[in-house]
Design a protein around this ligand. Structure first.
Ligand code: ADP
Ligand code: MG
Length: 153
């Protein structure tokens, strides 16, 4: 299947899902994170980054646009493009360096970087459902499919 949906009943379920995904993206991937403000994109990213061994906080880089993490298995970059005025600003940030071979890029508000960002291996959407959330993961290519296959094990 190229798609997977999971109910996340509370914040800790979102973090656990991020922990689980972390084990499937240890060698890098490009992941777009969609969803309204407060849907859980940063919470989920915290689960991924801490799942890869980071001990400190994971806060959305709202003003700096990107936060790098040097992890054991991979270089990770957490983007929050909410405040990006023009996709071309990404070029000035030296975006190509972030998408080096085998980096893990988790990108909130990827729509703001349309035309400049590389294509995602995986599109993840978080939605409000009652008091919890539902996460939907869609694979766009063979790499995305292999990540989903690992998650479904
Ligand atoms: P975003 O980055 O999408 O704007 P955040 O992760 O910063 O969202 O905030 C999400 C908020 O929703 C946090 O207050 C978090 O505690 C809460 N939250 C996360 N996952 C769930 C869930 N599965 N059910 C209920 N609340 C959640
Ligand atoms: Mg956020």
């Amino acid at each position: 299947m190229n798609q997977l949906s999971v109910e996340l009943k509370d914040e800790s379920a979102t973090v656990l899902m991020g922990n689980k995904l972390s084990q499937a993206v240890k060698t890098g991937a490009i992941i777009y994170l969609h969803g309204d403000l407060g849907a859980g994109k940063t919470t989920f990213t915290r689960g991924v980054i801490q799942g890869l061994g980071h001990k400190g906080n994971v806060k959305s880089p709202t003003y700096t646009l990107v936060e790098p993490y040097e992890l054991n298995s991979v270089n990770a970059y957490h983007f929050d493009l909410y405040r990006l005025g023009d996709p071309e600003e990404l070029e000035f940030m030296g975006i190509r360096d972030y998408f080096e071979l085998n980096s893990l890029c988790l990108i909130e508000w990827p729509e703001r970087g349309a035309g400049i960002l590389p294509e995602a291996d995986l599109d993840i959407t978080l939605e409000y459902v009652d008091a919890g959330r539902v996460i939907n993961l869609v694979a766009n290519n063979p790499k995305g499919l292999s990540i989903l296959a690992l998650l479904e094990q």
